[in-house]
Structures are given as C-alpha cells and as structure tokens.
Ligand binder design. Structure first.
Ligand SMILES: Nc1ncnc2c1ncn2[C@@H]1O[C@H](COP(=O)(O)OP(=O)(O)OP(=O)(O)O)[C@@H](O)[C@H]1O
Length: 595
C-alpha cells in the first residue's frame, strides 16, 4: 500500500473566509499582546518614517550654513529608541506566537484522545501526530508575525506614500506605477506557495505514517528482512516533502525578490524623472534626496506585506490541515471519558449484561458482524464466548464498552441501555483486557495503576500476588519502578498479558471483559490466570473470549457464536453433546491449546 493513498481526514481545504475566521479564533485570546506588538512595531516604523524628513531639514540647514548638532542628536536618539521599542515588540509577538502554538497543540491533543475508535481506525496515527507537531509549528509565523507585518506594513506603506505625496506628486505617481506592476506579478505566485506548503505538510504526515508502520512492527520488519524496503518507503515520503518544500521555496524566492525589484526599478525611474525635475528647477535637490530616502524606506513595508501574504499562504495550509481534525467525530463528553475513579461509580456489586437482537456492522460498506445477537449474563459467574475466528466474539466486548454503537437492537448493562449510561460511568464499571494486552511506555507501576490512579500499595501488592507477578517484580532491578520499555518491549508475552489482567483487576471492575490471548501463556502462567479469573468470577461478572478448553470448562455458561450469530448457550457438558460445532471446536481448536 502506498502511504500517499492512505485514508486520511476530510481533505476539503478551507475557504479564505473560513481560514481567516479560524486564524482569528487562534489570535483572539491574545489580542492584547498582539495589539501591544503592533503598537511597538508602529512606533518603530514611525521612527524610521521621520528620518528622511530630518535628513531633508539637515540638508536644508547645511545649505543655509546653520548648525546641525541638535538634529544629529535627535536623530541618534530616535534610532536608538525605535530599535529598542521594535525589539521589545518582536519579543512580545514571538512569545504570543509560541502561546498560539501551545493552545493549538493542547486543543488538538484533547480532541485526538477523545476521537471515536472508528475515526482512530480510519486515520493513520502518524498523520494525526504530524498535525500536532509539525503543522502547529507553521501557525507560529502566521498567527502573529503575519498579522502584525500586514498591519505595520500597510500603515507604514500608506504613511510613506502620504509623505511622498507631500514631497512631490509626480514622483509618487512614477513610484506607484512601478510598485503596482511588480506587486501584481508577485500576487500571482502566492497561491502556488499555499499549494506547495500543503503538499509538503501532507508529505511530512506521510513520513510519520511510514515511520510509525516500520517502528511499530520493528521485529517483524527485521525478521522479514524488510529494512531496505521500509527505509525506501520513508525516504520516498521524505523526498516528496523535499520536492514540495523546494517548490514552495522557489515561489517564496520569487515573491520575496519582488519587493526589492519594485523599489530598485522605482529608484531608477524616480532618479530619471526626479533628476529632470531638479534640472528644470521644478523641485529642489533636497526634495529629491528625501523622496529617494522614502523610496528606500518603502522597502521594509513592502517586504513586510509580501512576507505577511506568503506566511499567510503557509499558515493557511496548516490551518486547513488542523481544522480537518475538527471534522473527525469524538465521543460525547459529560465527564471525562473513562477516567472516573472507581469510588465515584454510583452502583456497586457485579453487573449484569443482556444483548437483545443486536445487529452491528463496522461500516455501512461492510457486512454485518452481528446479526440478531441475543444472550443474557446474570450477575457474577464466568461466561465464555467461543466460536470460529471472525465469529464476532471480540466485537461483543467492543459493543459493551461502547467503542462502537450497535446498528440495531439493545445492549443492557444492569438492565439499562448502554446508550443511557454516561460513557465515564459505564467504562468505570468495566475492566477490559484486550487480546494483544498492550503495555504502555513507562514503569511497571504506572502500567498497573493506569486504569485506577488511586490504587494503594496494598492494592498493588494484592493484585500482584493474585496474578503471580510478584516474582517478576522481585527480579526487576528497580522493582515496580522499572521501566518496561515502549509497548512493554522488555517483557514476555505472558507477562504482558498478566500485567493487563492485573491492571483491569486494580480497577475493581463490576464487569471483567477478558479477551483471552490465543497463545502467550505457558502452563504455569495459564494456571495462574485461570485461578485468578475463577476467583474473580465469584464476586464479579466475568466475560471471556475463550481459546482454551481449560477456560471453557471452568465457565458457568458458554455462548457459541458463528458468523455473527449466537448458535447455542449452555454448559460445556450440555454443548459437547448438543452442539456439533462446539463439540468439534472443543475437540480441535480448544483442545489444541488446552495444555
Ligand atoms: N475494527 C474493525 N473494522 C472492520 N471490521 C472489523 C473490525 N474488527 C473486526 N472486524 C471484522 O469483524 C468480524 C468479527 O471480528 P471479531 O474480532 O469480533 O471476531 P472474533 O470472533 O473475536 O475472532 P478471533 O477469535 O479471531 O479473535 C471479523 O470478520 C473481522 O474481520
């Protein structure tokens, strides 16, 4: 699969109006700081604006033999003050720009962690990550610098033009003619900058996607001898980013040189026309000098305006990509999803579960994974789900957790439709152990208390003993505070599985969902897990997707699933004689992993 064609977010770019609205939303909380930065920039610009006039006075005074010391001192003070104010303004703006980037990152991260699972599945995480890290960086320039450059550039430009008009209208006409001509040509290249930047940012996202793919399956990459091929994928994305970055640089260089070109051409034109006017005695030479100084003064506002527009083009591309994340749907909040401490759970004791004619498909273009699934699980006891691979067993858990909404029918927990539960409350009642038992980067302790941040040392000790993890802790160099590597890379599969179970148990769940690993546990480990699950099932409702006969034979009831339907429900003994599929499964798949 080509990373370039990886499904991503809604790619519709924003209109200019939407972009400016989004930009304003970023700046709004910092409008005072931006106004202060603008004021400083204007003061600096005003200082510069007065210099040609002071020079004219100086030349006039020199010509009439008057003293110029006072004017020279005033000019020096003006320059020093102007520079200091401008430097302060620049600092205020840079600081504000960093704050805008921070705010954008915070909003994005909050949103990303609340995405619906279906959205998370649709968009590659690498692409999302690049929006948080790389695209937000582009906001820095557009959010403050471009706004202030545009404002000060425009004010200084108009002021310089007024001063020039005041000096000589004919020369002003010549100047404006040249500026408009070159400016018009520069405006044509601006959209190219936006397009190239957007492509470059997309390619940066593709680099992240490609990297995430290889680093996420690092051992498989090595075992498959795919280092070169994977490197080539990442390099291809990097080359695309380079190509578009260079394209953007090319257009920026064209736009950036336009301002100087305009002023140089205007200078030559003014020199010619102005020289003639001086020669004919229409204007004094001091006016021509002052006018030329204004012309050079004009370089700055014009280049600021050009900068502002090209930064805006770059920023617009980033704003568009960031806004696309806004279109991804998130889970409803009420209280913070899933972080409700167990003490807050309003009901205690084991939970009951009931599926009533539940139908479900992952996406409208996919076949149904569940068709009229009905079963009932009373409070306490262990219910095992068995069936061929792909029968829809794990999906039962995903629906109880409300990772997805059922397409039809009802799912009741404690007799109440899961849609009527607040997500936080529902999930706080559940301990969920995924099949691939993820372990997060961090220490063993952080992993254990991940779902129950308030767990005490006694709770941890107790759960470690129950899951037979105490020997592991004793072996680790820093005990519970030993880092376990990213994705638990320093642990065995069985250890990861038991850590995931311990984590779920520490949550004190009213309902334990255990998606049993198909392999990973050796006989001793398996016995340990089976014992703890049997014990937990005495006081909690336990649902297990079972792949082992040992798990199934300890279950109070077994739900046999096939092709998205519930085929039969009963005990091992009942099903072994009454359900041919179950009997076959028990004799082959389940037995094969029983020991
Ligand atoms: N996130 C998803 N998006 C689309 N289809 C999915 C998704 N997860 C599972 N499926 C499909 O839904 C069907 C049921 O999957 P499920 O994981 O529930 O099966 P299972 O019975 O638990 O299988 P196994 O025993 O192999 O784990 C499968 O055909 C699977 O390909």
């Amino acid at each position: 699969m080509n990373t370039a064609s990886a499904p991503t977010t809604d790619e519709t770019p924003l209109s200019t109006r939407e972009t400016i609205k989004a930009l304003y939303a970023y700046i709004r909380p910092h409008r005072r700081a931006v106004a202060l930065g603008l004021l400083c920039a204007l003061v600096g610009a005003a200082g510069g604006l007065l210099q040609p006039l002071a020079t004219k006075t100086l030349v006039d005074r020199l010509a009439s033999g008057e003293t110029i010391t006072g004017i020279l001192i005033a000019l020096t003070v003006l320059v020093l003050l102007g520079t200091a104010v401008e430097a302060f303004g620049a600092y205020v703006l840079e600081r504000t720009a960093e704050s805008v980037v921070l705010a954008a990152r915070r909003t994005l991260v909050r949103r990303l962690l609340r995405l619906r699972i279906a959205e998370w599945e649709r968009v590659p995480p690498g692409d999302l990550m690049s929006r948080v890290t790389s695209d937000t960086t582009l906001l820095r320039a557009v959010s403050t610098q471009a706004v202030v450059s545009a404002a000060t550039g425009a004010v200084a430009f108009v002021a310089a033009i007024v001063m020039m008009a005041f000096l000589d209208v004919v020369l002003l006409g010549v100047t404006l003619g040249v500026v408009v001509l070159v400016g018009g040509a520069a405006a044509l290249v601006m959209p190219h900058i936006a397009r190239a930047t957007e492509r470059a940012q997309e390619a940066v996202g593709e680099i992240s996607v490609a990297l995430e793919r290889s680093l996420g399956a690092f051992r498989t990459v090595k075992a498959s001898g795919a280092e070169e091929r994977e490197t080539a994928r990442v390099e291809a994305a990097a080359r695309r980013a380079w190509r578009h970055g260079v394209k953007s640089a090319k257009w920026e260089a064209v736009a950036g040189s336009a301002d100087e070109l305009a002023v140089q051409l205007a200078f030559l034109a003014v020199l010619g026309v102005g020289g003639a006017r001086v020669a004919s005695g229409e204007i004094p030479v001091s006016t021509l000098i002052a006018f030329l100084l204004y012309l050079f003064y004009l370089i700055e506002p014009v280049s600021k305006l050009v900068d502002a527009v090209s930064h805006y083009q770059e920023g617009a591309a980033a704003i568009s990509r960031i806004a696309q994340v806004e279109h991804l749907s998130t889970e409803p909040t009420g209280r913070r999803t899933g972080t409700l401490p167990r003490q807050v759970a309003t009901v205690s004791g084991p939970a009951s579960v009931r599926f009533e004619d539940v139908s479900f498909r992952y996406r409208p273009d996919l076949p149904y994974t569940h068709r009229q699934v009905s079963f009932e699980v009373p409070r306490t006891g262990m219910t095992a789900f068995v069936g061929p691979s792909g029968a829809g067993k794990s999906t039962v858990f995903a629906l109880i957790e409300r990772f997805y909404e059922a397409t039809g029918g009802r799912i009741l927990v404690d007799g109440k439709d899961v849609r009527d539960w607040s997500l936080a409350e529902l999930r706080s009642a559940i301990g969920y152990v995924e099949q691939d038992a993820p372990v997060l980067a961090g220490t063993l302790r952080e992993n254990l208390v991940f779902a129950a941040p308030g767990a005490t040392d006694d709770d941890i000790r107790d759960v470690l003993a129950r899951t037979k993890l105490d020997t592991l802790v004793g072996r680790l160099p820093h005990g519970l505070d030993t880092p376990v590597g990213h994705r638990g890379s320093k642990l065995s599969g069985g250890e990861r599985q038991r850590i995931a179970i311990a984590r779920a148990l520490l949550r004190g769940p009213r309902l334990l969902l255990l998606d049993e690993a198909t392999s990973q546990l050796d006989a001793v480990n398996e016995l340990a897990v089976r014992d703890v699950v049997t014990e937990v099932a005495r006081e909690t409702t336990v649902l297990v997707v079972a792949h082992r006969l040992s798990t199934v034979s300890g279950a109070d009831r077994i739900v046999v699933m096939e092709s998205g339907r519930v085929r039969s429900v009963g005990t091992h003994e009942e099903l072994a004689t009454q359900d041919r599929l179950y009997a076959r499964l028990a004799a082959t798949q389940l037995l094969a992993t029983a020991r």
